[in-house]
Design a protein around this ligand. Structure first.
Ligand SMILES: *Cc1c(COP(=O)(O)O)cnc(C)c1O
Length: 386
């Protein structure tokens, strides 16, 4: 809810704050509305946090490392071991390696990582660092609703390119808009809330057609669940910024930990912006927790693979019953039952203790966005739908 007083600065009235999925406290819902991971973090995370507090009581009395150097090393190593797609990572005898198609072909180094308080904060720094108010930033029509929020916050106009009639990203449309305005691009891959992914080759084609002097931001919040990561394109495109998060595939939504992967040059600019706003966006315990999470990719790879398999099973179940299900590479499905209102379907599930997400946005008001949960949660959902 927006407040208003005579004391507020003029700029506040231009804001339009983001509304996240509900976090209800009134009832124990099966919570499929915020794309959180249904599995707990690796036991290594709990152990690292407890051990930090026990062995180093001063850990929270001192300021944390402002540059999260150990965490950056751990993230770089995680990406090199998984190729940026946990669901396909190969686990053999305790060692984890990318599936052959996901191998990066170069080494991600800590200088190429920038960390922030959730990828939402990283995105905020990216907007501030790379885009001006003198030209529109190109994005998509139905996409992550935080982008327009930051556009208003920083006075950066956004131009949204419509999706195709089959809800795909119109790559040519995006490239033409970027070329016409000589401007940068931001889009999630897989897209949210559709879940539809572009292949790495499609993103490469887009980058080739975009102005080389403007940043192109690919938000890979969901890439670990089976799309193709664009990390491998970084050496080829110095204007590419990839944003990723611990919130979905790494069971860390409550930690608030996100990062960008880009050239050292671009990461230094992001660091300049961060140090002009908050020197210490990541507390000492979160840094320890993040490092521990990166040390156990096998745990998260198994969970991501389970989620991908539950996703495909739920999609088949819904299609069998006449639902339209967009082909998802993420940990959620975007789906609609022809002839039924999204609001009514949402309400009926809620009455049965299942919380999903819907959007009061023309064109997608009858879709539900359903987060993929555990096998037990999916069984309860199928029962409620049946
Ligand atoms: C969830 C999500 C994020 C934000 O994640 P954080 O919790 O802030 O790290 C960013 N982009 C997209 C597309 C998302 O769905």
């Amino acid at each position: 809810m927006n407040g208003h007083t005579k004391f507020q600065a003029e700029r506040v009235s231009r804001l339009n704050p983001y509304v996240p999925g509900e976090q209800p406290r009134d009832r124990d819902y099966i919570k499929l509305n915020a794309n959180e991971n249904p599995y707990p973090p690796s036991p290594a995370v709990l152990q690292a946090v407890l051990q930090t507090l026990r062995d180093n009581p001063m850990a929270t009395a001192r300021y944390p490392d402002p540059d999260s150097l150990d965490l950056k090393k751990a993230i770089a190593s995680l990406l090199n071991r998984t190729g940026g797609v946990l669901a396909r990572a190969v686990v053999a005898g305790g060692a984890v390696s990318p599936s052959p198609g996901d191998a990066l072909g170069f080494e991600v180094t800590p200088e190429m990582i920038f960390c922030g308080n959730g990828s939402d904060e990283v995105l905020s720094f990216v907007f501030y660092a790379f885009f001006d108010g003198d030209r529109p930033l190109i994005t998509l029509e139905h996409t992550y609703s935080f982008y327009p929020v930051y556009g208003l916050y920083y006075g950066i106009p956004l131009k949204a390119v419509p999706l195709t009639p089959r809800w795909q990203v119109d790559v040519s449309g995006v490239a033409e808009a970027a070329g016409a305005a000589d401007s940068g691009v931001i889009l999630p891959n897989p897209n949210a809330p559709t879940g539809i992914a572009l292949s790495r080759e499609e993103v490469r084609g887009l980058l080739r057609r975009c102005p080389p002097d403007r940043a192109v931001v690919i938000d890979e919040a969901y890439a670990d669940f089976g799309g193709e990561s664009c990390l491998g394109l970084l050496p080829e495109f110095p204007n590419l910024v990839i944003v990723r998060t611990f919130s979905k595939s790494l069971s860390g939504a409550g930690l608030r930990l996100g990062y960008a992967v880009a050239s050292g040059e671009l990461c230094r600019v992001l660091t300049q912006v961060k140090n002009s706003f908050n020197h210490f966006p990541l507390d000492a315990l979160t840094q320890r927790a993040g490092i521990a999470a990166c040390s156990d990719p096998a745990w998260y790879a198994a969970n991501a693979a389970k989620i991908a398999s539950e996703r495909d099973s739920l999609a088949a179940f819904l299609r069998d019953r006449g639902w339209l299900v967009l082909p998802s590479s993420a940990n959620f499905l975007f789906t609609q039952k022809p002839g039924h209102s999204g609001r009514a379907l949402y309400g009926r599930l809620r009455d049965q203790g299942i919380l999903v997400r819907r959007f009061d946005i023309p064109g997608i008001e009858d879709f539900l966005r359903i987060t993929v949960g555990t096998a037990a949660q999916m069984a309860a959902l199928k029962e409620a739908l049946g």
